[in-house]
Design a protein around this ligand. Structure first.
Ligand code: AMP
Ligand code: MG
Length: 356
């Protein structure tokens, strides 16, 4: 298939391209497009054939449901029912924005879109290109992240081209995304709301908007949990670079010391070593590929850069990667959740170095 690549400026949207992309979606084709979180791989959410094509293009297991993107609150009634008051409160506080709500689905939403579930994930993205496209496509775009299943989510159009060239009808290049991690997912189908995937909207922000406690799915940070995560997608290994990634946690100076020592050993053994560090520590390492996520205090920058760095390591063909650990509070919870998944939960603690 010939994939058409079009550039659209978010601040000066070319309506002709949007109309063309909308037609592709309405006729059952796939279009990748930017959102504020990551690039999405869109198909018409109400056509089961489109959802099937999305799974095929990504190589995604078909029990892993898709998020349906809308551009107007009023449209939610066609895809969700028994909508609790919480949903409107959260929409008022965070939409358009990086929050996905799980609600009961209507019969209009095919099970192909929801991975066989009776619930549907809904989000209104905060990107003008995405919102215009959803409108042009008839109001409902099913869109998972536009990466091959298992790879880091795309944060630039080049990443989408790498993964989707020849597999879909069109890719819209709207420049690099602003947030860089996928949306927070909150389940609103039971009495107490539950965060199923951490993201830019933190539990604290949700509790404040709702005025009540919010639970967090226990499997999120616990790699050893035997329970199945409630968001089916969270059970799969994700975001994985080809190199073998290990996170090193502990006191900052000890972390640097331990990574320096292990990198030297692995390089001496002929491995190509990559390191994920911060601006404060980048000068302290010696390796084939040293990538800073930004200043340690700037969590938004860490979120924005993480996936592109993981992809860069593949390009540099590193075989071993060490990453400094980051704070797991606030936005850090989402960052560490993705990093832990990328590392298959492989963490070394500097204070347990003895006897390892
Ligand atoms: P992606 O669009 O690639 O960010 O993946 C969508 C995520 O939303 C996956 O982790 C899914 O498992 C999750 N998800 C989508 N729909 C539902 C649902 N109805 N219930 C629980 N999780 C869902
Ligand atoms: Mg994804």
């Amino acid at each position: 298939m010939n994939t058409k690549l079009v550039q659209i400026d978010e601040n000066n949207i070319d309506q002709t391209s949007i109309t063309e992309a909308g037609k592709v979606l309405k006729s059952g084709g796939l279009v990748a497009f930017p959102t504020e979180t990551v690039y999405g791989l869109g198909g018409d959410a109400l056509q089961k054939e489109s959802s099937r094509k999305i799974y095929a293009a990504k190589g995604r297991p078909s029990d892993n449901p898709l998020i349906v993107h809308i551009c107007r609150w009023e449209d939610i009634g066609q895809i969700a029912r028994n909508i609790p008051e919480f949903a409107k409160k959260l929409a008022d506080a965070f939409w358009p924005g990086p929050l996905t709500m799980i609600l009961e689905k209507t019969d209009d939403v095919p099970r192909e879109t929801t991975g066989g579930l009776d619930t549907v994930a809904v989000r209104m993205p905060n990107n003008k290109i995405a919102l215009a496209l959803i409108g042009a496509a008839g109001g409902y775009i099913a869109a998972p992240s536009a990466n091959t299943s298992g790879k880091p989510s795309p944060t630039r159009a080049e990443h989408v081209v790498e993964d989707m060239q020849g597999r879909i009808e069109m890719i819209i290049d709207g420049g690099p995304v602003g947030i860089g991690l996928e949306s927070t997912i909150i389940d609103l189908t039971s009495a107490t709301p539950v965060v199923l995937r951490p993201g830019y909207i933190t539990r604290e922000m949700l509790e404040q908007a709702l005025g009540c406690p919010v639970d967090v799915d226990k499997t999120i940070l616990d790699g050893n949990s035997k329970q199945a995560p409630k968001a089916p997608g969270m059970k799969y290994r994700h975001y994985a670079p080809k190199g073998d990634l290990t996170i090193v946690d502990g006191k900052a100076t000890d972390v640097v010391e331990m990574i320096r020592k292990m990198s030297a050993e692995r390089m001496a053994a002929g491995e190509r070593v990559g390191i994920i560090c911060t601006d404060e520590t980048r000068g302290m390492y010696n390796a084939h590929c040293i990538m800073s996520v930004g200043a340690r205090k700037d969590e938004a920058a860490i979120a924005r850069h993480l996936f592109a760095i993981l992809r860069q390591f593949d390009e540099e063909q590193v075989t071993v990667i060490y990453s400094e650990a980051f704070s797991d509070r606030g936005l850090g919870q989402a960052i560490m959740n993705r990093l832990l998944k990328a590392a298959g939960h492989h963490v070394l603690y500097t204070d347990k170095q003895e006897g390892m």
